[in-house]
Design a protein around this ligand. Structure first.
Ligand code: FMN
Length: 301
């Protein structure tokens, strides 16, 4: 993607973001009921414990956090919970930058709340440890990046669940990947190599309770038994209809009909994803950053 189109994208998306996405959807809100996709299983389950309740009450706060602050003790609890997540070889190939300055949060990810946690796939500590022992370690390949990304994402989701269990609202956002990503290195003094910000978690308290919970697609195409089952034409029609059904709350936008689309998914692909329906023709900013940070194979050869 070239620079003007990155900027265009960023501007478009940050206008939507800073307006709490009200421009495209006044109804991206959630309540605390479990989504329909889960409710059948939930009703039958005898062991719905507090953990499951916290997980099933997860929902995103779309940019409308109040000025109420989270205590330092709670932030510490969330941090310590995040690092309980499983991770490969217990190498914890991530770092978490905690930001409390609201203006800085806005610059970094486009949103602000009481606390921002930026989860980075990060080998800096390990490379330095190896060096300190007179050894070398080169996580300079896509396998290392993928492994660190999995570790980092699981830690971020664990933090989100911990926060929810404390009654703290959250927004996971990839707003850090919009606009010129170099700002992250400048503003946070990130290491030049082997560190890539993956996901930002904004924590706080929502200004307003959402009026419905966003649903989830379930069934065919999501779950497969024993072997992968390709979708038939009928399955795809059913999926399209599920997204069109307002009672399922699967969409980001309930105004797609007014915008002249026959289906929600048509709106999603044509408008929200803002693509010209062609394969990617050039290196994206993210790919360029991955190369610069040393995560693409054959860096030194
Ligand atoms: C990788 C990732 C990026 C996201 N980026 C944004 C974002 O920039 N702005 C936003 O309002 N929500 C963002 N979300 C939240 C999703 O929109 C939200 O999870 C989804 O609509 C489902 O809603 P729910 O979390 O309330 O169930 C993001 C979620 C993930 C996992």
């Amino acid at each position: 993607m070239n620079q003007p189109s990155i900027r265009r994208n960023f501007l478009k998306q940050s206008v939507m973001a800073s307006a709490g996405m009200l421009l495209v959807n006044k109804s991206i809100r959630a309540n605390t009921n479990p989504p329909d996709a889960f409710s059948g299983a939930t009703e039958k389950a005898k062991n719905v414990n507090e953990t499951i309740k916290s997980i099933q009450s997860l929902h995103t706060t779309h940019g409308n956090f109040s000025s109420k602050e989270i205590s330092n003790d709670e932030i510490e609890l969330i941090k310590q919970s995040a690092i309980c997540a499983a991770n490969s070889s217990n190498m914890q190939t991530y770092s978490i930058v905690v930001v409390r300055d609201r203006e800085l949060m806005k610059k970094l990810c486009g949103y602000q709340g009481s606390c921002l946690m930026i989860f980075c796939a990060d080998y800096t500590r390990l490379v330095a440890s190896a060096e300190s022992l007179g050894l070398s370690y080169y996580p300079d390949n896509i396998t290392s990046f993928l492994t660190a990304s999995i570790n980092t994402s699981i830690a971020a989701q664990t933090a989100t669940i911990a926060a929810r269990s404390l009654g703290i609202d959250s927004l996971l956002t990839n707003g850090i990947h919009r606009g010129d990503m170099e700002r992250l290195w400048q503003l946070l003094h990130l290491p030049e190599k082997y560190c890539m910000p993956l996901i930002a978690l904004v924590l706080g308290y929502a200004d307003k309770e959402p009026d419905h919970k966003v649903g989830r697609l379930t069934g065919k195409g999501i779950f497969h038994e024993t072997t992968y089952q390709p979708l038939t034409k009928d399955d795809l029609t059913e999926i399209t209809q599920k997204y069109d059904d307002p009672s399922q709350h699967l969409g980001l936008n309930e105004d797609w009909k007014k915008a002249g689309h026959d289906h929600y998914l048509e709106w999603l692909f044509k408008e929200w994803l803002n693509r010209d329906l062609k394969p990617t023709a050039s290196e994206s900013q993210l790919f360029i950053q991955l190369k610069k940070r040393g995560f693409v194979d054959l860096q030194g050869k």
